[in-house]
Design a protein around this ligand. Structure first.
Ligand code: AMP
Length: 353
């Protein structure tokens, strides 16, 4: 909840964002804030910042005195076959965006500001053993099961172990009052809430709605890899979810079959239409899952409990382009050869108390 702290106490502070690289520097900074009774928020990110990340930082600044944005590409959440090195790293533009956000916060006389970026090395984050991405790798890990094995965890078995582990480390280093996560990665939000509950962490978890492009596609660091043709097709993901949402919200449907089937039928039609196109116009997709799950456990449900609502989520892979036309916009890096995995979700709200 936004606090009633007067805006004027921090407004006008245009000092540059501190760059903190190691644990003692963060501890010192945190202790100073604590002495001044200032609330501290943490926004964990892997960089390559876009408007989605900034919406988290903006919300954090509205509800807290000081905000730390962490930028760290965490190796343990990447599987051995996933390309950690290919993850976009855009340090200069990340910082420029945060600085610009601070100017905006200043102008609007918001309560807080982005006062620090925590950008540790891997040696700092994993001080004892090198970070392992192996399923049975050695090291100190936090595992949250069965939650972390479902949905995203099925195709990425070490992902949530990596996320829970790095977040536990970040929470212990930064000691924030509140942490901010995006609904975009909905299973991650459920994992983090479980982490906080089960380890009795004295932290408030705030979930911020998904920031979308004008056509409805959820913003993601991976969208730059799509290129124009696959970018257009990617809009089918939110559309499909909206079809399922409508069954619940507008048409009063409650069973899994009634909610998900029309969305699947829509996708099948779209897939068939793509296959009719010549290869230089096709954007072929592979629907990995569409899920209707309990909001606390992410277990699949057959009927939505109106007192709880449900999480509707999907993952889809945009396959490489089979044929590329000369000069075509194929996205960054790879001429459309990279498979791009997209996830999205809509929360079906509780309708009864
Ligand atoms: P990442 O850098 O991908 O680990 O994301 C850092 C945080 O930003 C996570 O809490 C994400 O859920 C959140 N985030 C990513 N994309 C969006 C978006 N489109 N809208 C809101 N939050 C987002």
């Amino acid at each position: 909840m936004p606090s009633a702290t007067p805006k004027s106490s921090f407004w006008g502070d245009s000092s540059p964002i501190k760059i903190l690289r190691d644990v003692p520097a963060v501890r010192k900074y945190q202790a100073q804030l604590q002495d001044k009774h200032k609330s501290l928020a943490l926004v964990p990110t892997m960089g390559a910042l876009h408007a989605g990340h900034l919406s988290l930082a903006r919300r954090a600044a509205a509800e807290n005195d000081e905000v730390v944005v962490s930028i760290y590409v965490n190796p343990t959440q990447f599987g051995v076959n996933e390309d950690l090195d290919a993850y976009p790293r855009t340090w200069d533009t990340d910082l420029a965006q945060l600085q610009q956000l601070n100017e905006e916060l200043n102008t609007r006389q918001e309560r807080g500001r982005i006062s620090a970026v925590f950008a540790p090395t891997t040696k700092t984050m994993y001080p004892t053993l090198p970070p392992s991405s192996e399923i049975d790798g050695e090291g100190s890990f936090v595992t949250i099961t069965p939650l972390g094995k479902l949905l995203e965890g099925k195709s990425r078995p070490v992902f949530f172990r990596g996320v829970a582990t790095v977040c536990m480390k970040l929470f212990n280093i930064v000691k924030p009052t509140r942490v901010y996560f995006g609904q975009k990665d909905v299973q991650q939000t459920v994992v983090i809430k479980r982490l906080v509950t089960d380890f009795h962490l004295d932290i408030e978890v705030v979930i911020v709605p998904t920031e979308r492009e004008h056509d409805g596609l959820a913003m993601s660091s991976r969208n730059v890899y799509l290129g124009a043709r696959r970018r257009k097709a990617a809009v089918l993901v939110p559309k499909m979810l909206q079809i399922a949402e409508k069954q619940y919200l507008t048409l009063g449907k409650r069973t899994r079959e009634e909610i998900i089937r029309p969305a699947q039928a829509f996708m099948l039609e779209e897939f068939a239409a793509q296959l009719q196109l010549p290869p230089e116009k096709q954007a072929i997709m592979d629907l990995e899952y569409i899920s209707l799950a309990d909001p606390d456990t992410m277990e699949e449900v057959d009927v939505v409990d109106e007192r709880k609502g449900a999480i509707l989520s999907a993952a889809l892979r945009m396959l490489p382009l089979e044929k590329v036309i000369d000069g075509e916009d194929t996205g960054e890096n790879d001429g459309g050869k990279r498979t791009v995995r997209l996830i999205d979700n809509i929360i079906l709200p509780a309708l009864k108390r």
